[in-house]
Design a protein around this ligand. Structure first.
Ligand SMILES: O=C(O)CCC(=O)C(=O)O
Ligand SMILES: [Fe+2]
Length: 320
């Protein structure tokens, strides 16, 4: 379990009554999930979110306001899941399923308290709430569907409209898999190396989640000098212009591997992290590809849609 810091304010346990109240709220939604009408889904979920247990709404807002979860992430445990989920998909596109769409509605309802749920045009999987599960053919790829160590990264760091927050809702767990997190605020390296990381000199290429025609790259600083520092780190897709720049990147890599926070996601757990202020990774593991593998839903969240209005995949956002 690495350095899981129970009790420091970022693990939030729902009690049984809260779990059932959330279940009833999602059961009562009288619309269906769908990517084609996602704008309506989002706003209706946002309205319904007024009925979430107030302790949970407060935890989400406090995380957003940087009033809690000082390390930039929050785990909510005990969310309701449908009584029966289909087998974990083995490839994309995954079969449509009502129980999974119920979970998507749950996730969008929670995320509506934090920001706007969005997706990118040009992604291989343009779903607003996408799915992460192991795919046999991707075993060695640096992608969430692999089985080797998923390297440290922020989500879509190569893109100017990368998410402000990222959420992972666990539908099916695997006790042998750890998700790792590291907050930018805990990066302390010798001054000369910090200076390297502050320079916008690292080239970051897009990963395999973008299709060929939409691959892009941008030059970034790894660290910002803000009081609550921001970070863009993705060593598998980053190149350095000089040996000094690379040495600083390697030192950071060693630091996050050494001092990482780790957690095992169980069904009904939501991990919500600040994608500007933390980096994350996932341990190597042994998927079985038999329908019983680990399965997460992922929602990307923006503080404002305006910075990304040219990047949305489909019609619903044309008003912007
Ligand atoms: O599986 C996890 O815990 C994290 C996955 C992830 O970070 C990703 O797919 O981008
Ligand atoms: Fe990720």
């Amino acid at each position: 379990m690495g350095n899981m810091q129970q009790g420091t304010g970022f693990v939030f346990h729902l009690d049984g009554a809260e779990t059932e109240a959330i279940r009833a709220l999602v059961d009562d939604l009288d619309f269906t999930y769908g990517n084609a009408h996602f704008d309506q889904v989002y706003w209706q979920c946002a309205l319904a979110a007024a009925g979430l247990p107030s302790r949970l709404r407060r935890a989400l807002l406090e995380m957003k306001a940087l009033l809690s979860a000082q390390e930039g992430y929050l785990v909510v445990r005990g969310l309701p899941l449908p009584p029966e989920l289909p087998p974990t998909p083995r490839g994309k596109p995954e079969p449509e399923n009502q129980a999974v769409d119920w979970c998507r509605l749950l996730l969008v309802t929670l995320l509506s308290q934090v920001g706007f749920v969005y997706s990118f045009k040009g992604k291989v999987d343009e779903n607003y709430v996408d799915s992460i599960f192991p795919i046999e053919a991707d075993g060695q790829l640096q992608a969430g569907s692999n089985k080797t160590f998923l390297e440290w990264h922020i989500e879509d760091g190569f893109h100017q409209a990368s998410a402000d927050w990222v959420s992972l809702l666990c539908l099916r767990g695997d006790p042998a898999v750890e998700t790792h997190i590291f907050p930018a605020s805990a990066v302390t390296l010798p001054e000369a190396q910090m200076e390297q990381l502050y320079q916008p000199q690292y080239l970051l290429r897009s990963d395999f989640t973008f299709d060929g025609a939409n691959r892009c790259a941008r030059q970034v600083a790894v660290l910002s000098r803000h009081r609550s520092p921001e970070i863009v780190f993705d060593p598998a897709f980053m190149t350095s212009p000089t040996p000094e720049a690379q040495a600083a990147l390697d030192a950071l890599h060693a630091l996050v591997n050494r001092e990482k926070r780790s957690l095992v996601l169980a069904p009904g757990d939501l991990l919500l992290f600040d994608n500007r202020r933390t980096v994350h990774a996932r341990s190597e593991y042994a998927p079985r590809y038999d329908g019983s593998d680990r399965w997460l839903l992922r929602g990307l969240v923006l503080e404002s849609k305006f910075k990304a209005r040219d990047c949305f995949p489909k019609e619903p956002f044309l008003a912007y």
